[in-house]
Design a protein around this ligand. Sequence first.
Ligand code: SF4
Length: 387
Amino acid sequence: MSLLKIDDLKCHYMTDVNTVRAVDGISFEIEDGEILGIVGESGSGKTTVALGIMGLLPENTAISGEILYRGELISSLPESGMDRFRWKDIAIVFQNGLEVMNPVMKVGVQVTEPMKRHLDLSPDKARSKCADLFRTVGLDPKWMDLYPHQLSGGMRQRVLLAMALSCDPKLLILDEVTSALDAFTRKEIRDLLVDLQKKNGYTMLMISHDITFVSSVASRLVVMYSGRVVESGPVRDILVSPRHPYTRGLVHSTPDIFVYKDLWGIPGDVPAGDGFKGCPFSPRCTQKIDICTKASPVLMPAGGGREIACHRGGIAGLLEAKNLNFSYRLPDGEYLRAVDNVSLEVREGEVLAVVGQTGSGKSTLAHILANVIRPECGEVLFMDGDV
Ligand code: SF4
């Protein structure tokens, strides 16, 4: 049984003017000891998922679907029932320590509060455990007696982490924990999380728009777009070979991962409003077909532990050349081999560059691909049709 199971979760914010489908039917599971990353741009619904798991969504949210923790349905629990799971089973670290912490309470006191309330620890024992937690997250216990504004952003983030760990939770949710930090502190927090996971085997749900950060820690990725999961699978496979057009845009817009930076990024915006039909990525997709604007694609298994939601099964092939050969007949009757067993593939939305010195056969290849000259052997397929 998985530690956490989300099944067809929908969280719609009902406002006076419209309904915002922040999360619109997502499903995924987290196994014990696993680090799962959820990535996607701002507004994709990642934080709403975290708040939904914690039972912290605002009252104007219409929630359907199921959230199961160790097989127990927690999404329909009343506040008192959910409080039993918070801190001791599931804890969350939010992104902005200055907003989350009480500005007039010393940080050490704030870390001891959950321990006194949920573990029944005496003030002395809670303070002693707080000192241990400070050491665990790389802080000197002397900082316990400072106020949040007296600490740096990185230190506040460590305090929030200490607070989340205070009741020994099984599942730790980290929501954009490094987004406000500089690159150096981000690396420190990353190393700390990896270390904590190795030593204590925490199960983590890491939520961020920063695919570089998440993929350096998580083993599996869920890619969200406009409240839905568009792709999921092992981190390495997704980074090396993204299958959904949105995931490819995300990966190719990240120079740390894809060194040949795609200067175009992902043109267009996430659809706004509640009346959108079809695939939410269709306004930005270079390979959409008729059905894409009419019906929403379902997340389907795609082999190798991967899932993709796309009517075309993911990034589609556009042009394929197989084993092309071409020779020019010279005036003396000899033959010059210009293209020698060349194969290539260009997929929808891709830019493929063919380079080589003069006389290497580039132009001849282009003429074959454009069907200006016919190859001696081999074939050229355009959108799966022989040309
Ligand atoms: S091909 Fe259609 S379903 Fe697939 S991502 Fe593009 S718009 Fe969405």
